[in-house]
Write a protein that binds this ligand. Structure first.
Ligand SMILES: NC(=O)C1=CN([C@@H]2O[C@H](COP(=O)(O)OP(=O)(O)OC[C@H]3O[C@@H](n4cnc5c(N)ncnc54)[C@H](OP(=O)(O)O)[C@@H]3O)[C@@H](O)[C@H]2O)C=CC1
Ligand SMILES: CC(=O)[C@@H](O)[C@H](O)COP(=O)(O)O
Ligand SMILES: [Mn+2]
Length: 400
């Protein structure tokens, strides 16, 4: 894979790092790791969406050079909080993308949703390490992102726990798209099954947002928590794995594993399986990308398998969790179909959180959007943006 010279990738100075989505669950875990090793990292830009006070506190704690908030209405608050410091303050969509393009050796992409796509593309154009948590960007524009990474010599380091596990299992080649040549027969994505793993469809019809937000294992932001409950998260992860590791969808399986101790597995042509295990704590995969190719120490709880006792497995149920089927069919359809699915899902998840629709309506709305809007070729980011707009508009119309 083409890329910058080794000495540029592993500079003899602290690595310059930026965090997109710094105020969120992944962003805060990243910041906590950076604060443990200030000698190794030099924080460039940190970006948040709406929460000015949290962003200002992080900027000061990390000694960031620039703090950027997406919502321009929060600029005055952020500027006030950082007055007297030498931290540059900016706001708005363009400033977010510019922050992603500010020279850095390692950039965490952890904005939620398709809003993360443009900044992630800007990061990929730097020829740097891009730690990818924002799975919606690769769902919407996987081919474009992989092409940009290759063209600019960036390396995508997967943060999503399953993909990070697979990346670790694939070993030392340092490429996230070489599985097809490595004797890999299949990828097995583990899934917790979410909070409704054992509920009937009739029971799921009446769950409340607070029930769906209560993930049995992981502590995460609201949107991904709902996606885990519908298992759209796992559907998106199939698409993500396809783009990152270059395997056809039929060779990417999902296995429900409620303890979430095995984060995923790779099956090889000789019958071997490699797995990555760890406590369900995102500091572990984040640290593996932050230190890569070295390992960093983290304070994450150590695995005690004797204490855990049983690791159990079951097949996913496609009837109670139709999102898995929808994601596979969007991947098969290709083009802008995954972007349509993502747009519909973002609107439906928000409507569910606001109490405007029921839990089962999320997948119904996604299915209608996929059925009713024809996908087009994924020519460029404009095609993704158009599909995103169309998907959102129809989903909103269906919600009423
Ligand atoms: N949490 C987890 O354990 C995992 C998360 N991921 C993925 O990582 C991403 C982040 O998830 P998570 O941290 O849980 O989410 P959170 O909701 O906790 O955080 C989202 C972050 O994005 C910021 N943000 C939201 N909208 C915008 C915008 N338009 N422009 C700029 N910034 C914006 C938020 O800012 P603010 O809060 O200030 O509004 C916040 O910093 C998602 O794509 C998720 O799927 C993947 C695997 C695991
Ligand atoms: C931590 C992480 O990577 C999440 O994507 C997690 O996988 C969500 O849990 P589910 O397995 O329930 O989707
Ligand atoms: Mn995951």
């Amino acid at each position: 894979m083409p890329g910058p010279a080794t000495e540029a990738r592993f500079p003899d100075r602290p690595r310059r790092v930026s965090i997109l989505g710094a105020t969120g669950s992944i962003g805060r875990s990243t910041a906590a790791l950076l604060r443990e090793r200030p000698d190794l990292y030099d924080v460039q830009a940190i970006v948040g969406g709406d929460r000015a006070a949290e962003l200002a506190a992080l900027a000061l704690a990390l000694g960031a050079k620039r703090a950027v908030i997406a919502n321009p209405d929060r600029l005055a608050e952020l500027s006030g909080l950082l007055a007297g410091s030498d931290i540059e303050v900016e706001a708005g969509r363009e400033a977010v993308v510019a922050a992603a393009a500010l020279p850095a050796d390692w950039i965490m992409s952890a904005i939620t949703g398709a809003a993360g796509l443009e900044p992630t593309m800007a990061a990929l154009r730097q020829g740097s390490f891009v730690a990818l948590a924002n799975k919606e960007s690769i769902v919407c524009a996987g081919d474009l992102m992989i092409k940009a990474a290759h063209a600019h010599g960036s390396l995508i380091l997967p943060v999503d726990s399953e993909h990070n596990a697979i990346f670790q299992c694939l070993g030392s080649r340092g490429e996230s798209d070489g599985a097809a040549d490595m004797g890999v027969e299949k990828l097995i994505l583990t899934a917790s099954g979410g909070p409704f793993r054992q509920l009937s469809l009739a029971e799921m019809a009446h769950v409340r947002p607070s029930d769906a937000l209560a993930h049995p294992v992981w502590s995460m932001g609201a949107k991904i928590s709902i996606d885990s409950a519908t298992m759209m998260n796992k559907g998106f992860e199939i698409i993500e794995a396809h783009h990152l590791f270059g395997l056809p969808p039929a060779r990417i399986e999902v296995l429900v594993h409620p303890q979430s101790v095995i984060h995923s597995m790779v099956g090889f042509v000789d019958g071997s399986h490699l797995a990555q295990l760890g406590s369900p704590d995102m500091r572990i995969p984040i640290a593996s990308t932050l230190g890569w190719p070295e390992r960093l120490t983290t304070g994450a709880p150590r695995l005690d398998l004797a204490e855990i006792g049983d690791l159990t497995f079951e097949p996913p149920d496609p009837i109670r969790f139709p999102a898995l089927r929808l994601a596979r069919s969007a991947l098969e359809a290709g083009g802008t179909a995954p972007a349509l699915l993502n747009a519909a899902n973002e609107v439906a998840v928000e409507a569910f959180l606001q109490g405007a629709i029921g839990f089962l309506d999320i997948a119904r709305i996604c299915e209608r959007v996929l059925d009713d809007i024809e996908s087009t070729r994924l020519m460029d980011l404009a095609a993704v943006a158009l599909a995103d707009q169309q998907g959102r508009a129809l989903a909103k119309q269906l919600i009423g």
